[in-house]
Design a protein around this ligand. Structure first.
Ligand code: PHE
Length: 451
């Protein structure tokens, strides 16, 4: 397909996949999920989910995508000869679109904080910082404008294919983000009373583990790995034949977990120090971080200022590499399946997600009546995708690769035509057939009270 592969280098695409995984899921969602689910015990289950269920799931999506060399739906279609498996591809596309809609709301919050930190508007005492967030979110137009602006930014990148530039930038910006996170972890841990936050994250209290905590950890693991939306499948369709799928999956899983843990170590000590409850929900990083910037660097306000601006800029960038990947799932689908020009396909996704974004932004602010099943629309989209659709999508990808696709095809993709990782193939097949699907089923049934 000649109009495919408008990604830059082949190495770049693996980097872009890491960019998709590392995003607000790590820095924003992971700390608040951990905070709401009891801390260290959640973290342990999360790590198990990442490596035991997530890595085989990622590999399955990689295999489907690279073999299919097409958008998610037609990749499933090609490998199954038109059987209902194609629906799994559709499911991934719908899931990715819903996530992009509500993710853009939070990405918009980051944009607001970037501009606010430039003019030092977020700085003040703890009370002021928390009021600032409350006032911003409940404004009827500001969160909406920032969210839609973020979607337009994503749109421009996806349409103009400046991804090569993004990939080059990732090579620099990702390491800078890591360094900055480490600096902030140190700063946060040095605040008075910070150790309470560290032990919250690292000392497990097993009595906190219940079926819901398991489901949330599973959902968070899949959300963070971008697994279950067909995003990995779409990106893998641009991988080269030489890409080592196992190495890439394991490296991305490690990097992603590392960033999540650093984010936790940045947030919880600071929250403990300023007396913010770790279970404050989605607002957690936005009401905690400005305190770190201000208190930890109180004696050198210029340093605090520079670090805060850099941090929000990098957060926006990390979010952008993730939103691009979600956008690409649907854009590739419409372009290839309906033979629409790429520009038009991109507009369909941008317009649909903009509607979801505006409604979600209102549901947590100005129009709190926008509720489904007693939850704000935003929480509902988040819960439905992370706790149901992503695990379901990941499970189906594993079942497809484990049981349906001819083993020879799977083996050839996994081992790059018998040149790498031959020893691990049986382990992978076992995980894809049994461990991953049964593990996810167990968590689902446990949540429903059946087990
Ligand atoms: N993994 C991304 C993050 O952690 C979010 C994402 C989910 C991206 C699903 C693509 C698909 O921020």
């Amino acid at each position: 397909m000649s109009n495919r592969g408008n990604f830059g280098s082949k190495l770049g695409i693996v980097l872009a996949t890491a960019g998709s995984a590392v995003g607000l899921g790590n820095v924003w969602r992971f700390p608040y999920m951990t905070g709401q689910n009891g801390g260290a015990a959640f973290l342990m289950i999360y790590i198990v989910c990442i490596f035991l269920l997530g890595v085989p799931g990622m590999l399955s999506e990689f295999i489907i995508g690279r073999h299919g060399q097409a958008n998610a739906a037609s990749a499933y279609d090609k490998l199954s000869g038109g059987r209902p498996w194609k629906l799994v591809g559709y499911l991934g596309i719908v899931t990715g679109t819903i996530i992009l809609g509500f993710y853009a709301v939070v990405a918009g919050w980051c944009l607001e904080y970037l501009f606010a930190s430039l003019s030092a508007r977020t700085l003040g005492d703890a009370q002021y910082v928390s009021e600032y967030f409350g006032n911003f979110v409940s404004n009827w137009w500001r969160p909406m404008v920032w969210g839609v602006a973020f979607l337009l930014l994503t749109h421009v990148v996806v349409v103009r294919g400046v991804r090569q530039g993004i990939e080059k930038a990732s090579k620099w910006l990702m390491p800078i983000l890591l360094v900055l996170l480490v600096v902030l972890v140190v700063a946060s841990c040095m605040l008075p009373g910070a150790m309470e936050g560290v032990s919250f994250l690292l000392k497990p209290d097993f009595s906190k583990i219940d079926s819901h905590v398991m489901l949330e950890a599973l959902g968070q693991a899949f959300f963070s790995l971008s697994l279950g939306t067909a995003c990995l499948c779409t990106y893998a369709s641009y991988f080269s034949k030489e890409t080592n799928l196992l190495h890439s999956a394991v490296q991305i899983a490690f990097l992603d977990t590392f960033v999540a843990i650093l984010s936790g170590l940045m947030i919880f000590p600071a929250a403990a120090s300023v007396g913010i409850s770790p279970d404050s929900g989605p607002s957690l990083i936005f009401i905690t971080l400005p305190n770190v910037f201000q208190q930890a660097f109180g004696s050198q306000p210029v340093v605090g200022y520079v670090i805060s601006v850099m941090f929000y800029a990098l957060l926006v960038f990390a979010a952008l590499t993730s939103t691009i990947s979600m956008h690409e799932i649907g854009t590739a689908f419409f372009t290839e399946e309906l033979h629409l020009p790429r520009r038009k396909s991109a507009w369909i996704i941008t317009a649909t997600t903009a509607v979801i974004c505006v409604l979600c932004a209102w549901s947590v602010g100005a129009f709190s009546g926008l509720q489904v099943l007693g939850m704000s629309l935003m929480d509902c989209c988040d819960g439905l995708t992370a706790n149901v659709l992503l695990p379901l999508g990941g499970m189906l990808a594993c079942l497809f690769v484990g049981w349906y696709v001819p083993q020879k095809v799977v083996r050839d993709e996994f081992t790059n035509q018998e040149t790498v990782n031959r020893r691990f193939f049986q382990i992978f097949i076992f995980a894809a057939r049994y461990i991953c699907p049964l593990g996810i089923l167990f968590v689902f049934l446990h949540q429903l009270g059946v087990l």
